[in-house]
Design a protein around this ligand. Structure first.
Ligand code: FAE
Length: 521
């Protein structure tokens, strides 16, 4: 159990918190949190500090035990069963290399990255204690304040920028790379090539903060400590320098002695209890994904923090099947992909991007105001020289999709259409067409299929589905059910103009403060 130990820079140390047993059927908890990502971790810590006992339910694994190779997490060059959530074949975001498919067969296992397929989009999400913080690139970006009213129009911006964004950044351990080290670090050659090309075309090139421990990265590049970011560790977890939530919010929450976590437990129902509060049904699963026990517990308050997709799917199904009929009609609406679209560019032979590429991006091209795109200069940590520049663009894609209950299949559908990505492609092209013209270069066509330029089939940044001030009040209280709250990315209506987790964390900090003050006093 995570309660027994905390992972620090790859070293394990005993913490004061005793080992915790998984939740028992029939038990009662004052606060039950569904999911252990950003929203859930903030919620658990702040409730515990306010004196409330909390149980966190997490469908993924604890990720606290090394595999047969001595490592907790696999890297992107050698994906294995740890890498994917209940798949028998990898589904790598870059599916091809030099046109050849690179996915491979793996044993079915409760691995760390879920590539969840809907009809028009594959949504990548982290599974395990720490949620998306386990798999992401650590880019910790606060949006420009001038753009905040586009993101969360009902939220007081000056309060967010003076109180909650600073609180979130401090809680997450966000820092900037040492630029003089960066200028000479071989692992950021790809970013410097990205800068040169962006600046020659007149685009603003910005450094973005990250949650990676930079002194650890300096040491790993120098060969003094086990390699992590410079050993292609991202997407499937990071064994050392990344400060994922297990190292900050969750460690602090457990240290209060008031927070327990049940990994490999999935919430399937939340219903009003006749005695007040809520009855929560939880399925315990094994690492093959089979249900091994079904438990029923009661909770005074339930905090939905299962991520945009997880929370939306639960709420839409519970409303449609009559379990929570009083949820309003905004539930399931306002979902967007943060305008994600990927592409690569083929550089000239005199512009190598490096054989060792840090998996933690540090820079971006900000063409939001002029062209609706913010492009993160991303690594391609293949271990060989590719002469490729690779980008994940966040764009102002205007389309919003809706989750709906499909009684015939017994599943929740999402109305997103692949063709809607054309808006994102058009916006990303405002950057890359210009750079290609200036540099005399072309797009890579071998990374997403055979002769396919755009990675337009996926998102890393699902947002919305239980939008703030629509499905909930202006602090995440679900309409129709006192004591039910939404605390995660589903509150944000589809776009954050930059990478989303700092905004999700800051919004959760803001909302839980208000909830503790007004609902728990
Ligand atoms: P999230 O972190 O997804 O946590 C939800 C948790 O709930 C997960 O652990 C689930 O397993 C769990 N769960 C779901 N359903 C249930 C259920 N029924 N019962 C129990 N547990 C359940 O939600 N964002 C950035 O800002 N910067 C980046 O560099 C970045 N890179 C990314 C790279 C990748 C490959 C991916 C996939 C995402 C990336 N993101 C990045 C997005 C970021 O990780 C994401 O927005 C947040 O993790 C969302 O936080 P939430 O708290 O909403």
């Amino acid at each position: 159990m995570l309660g027994a130990a905390t992972v620090l820079g790859g070293q394990r140390r005993a913490s004061a918190a005793p080992p915790v047993a998984p939740i028992a059927s029939g038990s009662h908890v004052p606060a039950l949190v569904i999911g252990t990502g950003y929203g859930g971790s903030v919620t658990a810590l702040r409730l515990a500090q306010a004196g409330v006992d909390v149980h966190m339910i997490e469908m993924g694994m604890a990720w606290d035990t090394p595999g047969s190779d001595g490592k907790i997490f696999a890297n992107t060059r050698t994906p294995d069963q740890r890498s994917y959530w209940l798949r028998t074949k990898t589904k790598q975001p870059l599916s091809n290399f030099l046109g050849f498919p690179i996915d491979k067969n793996i044993p079915k296992y409760t691995g760390i990255l879920d590539a969840e397929d809907f009809a028009g989009i594959t949504v990548y999400q982290g599974r395990g204690v720490g949620g998306g913080s386990l798999v992401n690139g650590g880019m910790a970006v606060t949006p420009q304040q001038s753009r905040f009213s586009q993101i969360l129009p009902s939220v007081n911006a000056s309060e967010m920028y003076s109180v909650y964004y600073p609180r979130a950044n401090a809680g997450l351990g966000v820092t900037n790379v040492n630029q003089s080290w960066w200028e000479n670090a071989s692992c950021y050659q790809y970013s410097r090539v990205g800068r040169k090309h962006a600046q020659r075309s007149g685009f603003p090139y910005v450094f973005v903060p990250n949650v990676y421990d930079w002194s650890y990265m300096e040491q790993e590049l120098a060969g003094n400590v086990p390699k992590s970011a410079v050993n292609a560790e991202v997407l499937y977890g990071n064994n050392h320098g990344k400060k994922h939530l297990q190292k900050n919010y969750i460690a602090q929450a457990e240290a209060t002695g008031r927070v327990a976590i049940s990994p490999l437990h999935k919430v399937t129902s939340v219903a009003p209890a006749s005695t007040g509060g809520y009855t929560v049904t939880v399925e315990q699963i094994n690492t093959a994904g089979d249900t091994v026990a079904t438990k029923t517990v009661t909770a005074d308050r339930v905090f939905f923090a299962a991520g945009s997709v997880g929370t939306s799917k639960l709420l839409v199904r519970l409303k449609a099947t009559g379990v929570l009929p009083n949820l309003n009609n905004e539930v399931g609406k306002g979902w967007g992909d943060n305008g994600n679209v990927m592409c690569g560019r083929a550089n000239h032979l005199w512009d190598p991007t490096g054989t060792v590429q840090s998996s933690m991006p540090t820079t971006g091209i900000d063409n939001w105001d002029a062209g609706g795109a913010f492009a993160e200069v991303a690594p391609l940590p293949t271990g060989i020289e590719t002469w490729a520049s690779f980008y994940l663009s966040i764009t102002a894609n205007p389309h919003r999709a809706e989750f709906s209950w499909n009684a015939a299949t017994g599943k929740v559908d999402l109305s997103w259409q692949t063709s809607w990505k054309q808006s994102s492609i058009t916006m990303a092209k405002t950057i890359f067409d210009k750079i290609n013209k200036k540099e005399g270069t072309i797009y890579r066509t071998d990374l997403f299929g055979v002769y396919k330029i755009w990675g337009d089939h996926l998102t890393y940044h699902p947002l919305g589905g239980a939008v703030l001030n629509k499905a909930t009040d202006n602090h995440g209280r679900l309409h129709g059910y006192p004591g039910l709250y939404v605390m995660d990315g589903s509150l944000i209506p589809g776009n954050t103009t930059v990478n989303p987790f700092v905004t999700i964390t800051a919004l959760a900090e803001r909302n839980i403060e208000n909830i503790i003050l007004n609902d728990l006093a």
